[in-house]
Design a protein. Structure first.
Length: 110
C-alpha cells in the first residue's frame, strides 16, 4: 500500500475534501468555498489527493470537476480489518473484566 495514501489522509483538510467528494463530484471552486483557506491552498491539497490516487479531476470547460476514487480507500480498509478485529476483541475482554469486577463487588457488599 503506497505511503502517499497514508500521508494524504493524515491531513484533516484532505480528509474533509474526501468526505465532500463522497457525496458526488464537485468543482474546485465549490470545494474551495467550503474552507477558510485560499483557493491555491485548497488546490494544493487536491493535488496531493490526486497524486495519491484518491481523486481524479475532469476538465469541463473552464472548470475542473473532482471525483472520489475509492479503490485506495478500500485497500486501506482491507489492510486495517485485522487490526479492527484485534481491538474489538480487546474491548470485549475489557468489558468482560469490568463486568466481572462489578459482579464480584456486588457479592462482597453486605
Amino acid at each position: 500500500m503506497p505511503d502517499d495514501v497514508f500521508l494524504a489522509l493524515a491531513n484533516p483538510v484532505r480528509r474533509r475534501l474526501l468526505e465532500l467528494l463522497a457525496d458526488g463530484p464537485r468543482t474546485a471552486g465549490d470545494l474551495a468555498g467550503q474552507f477558510a483557506l485560499s483557493r491555491p491552498a485548497v488546490a494544493e491539497h487536491l493535488g496531493v489527493l490526486r497524486r495519491a490516487g484518491l481523486v481524479r479531476d475532469v476538465p469541463e470547460g473552464r472548470q475542473r470537476h473532482y471525483h472520489l476514487e475509492p479503490e485506495p480507500l478500500a485497500e486501506i480498509g482491507e489492510w486495517l480489518a485485522p487490526f479492527e478485529g484485534y481491538w474489538r476483541g480487546r474491548l470485549r475482554d475489557l468489558a468482560d473484566l469490568v463486568e466481572n469486577e462489578m459482579d464480584t463487588e456486588e457479592r462482597e457488599d453486605p
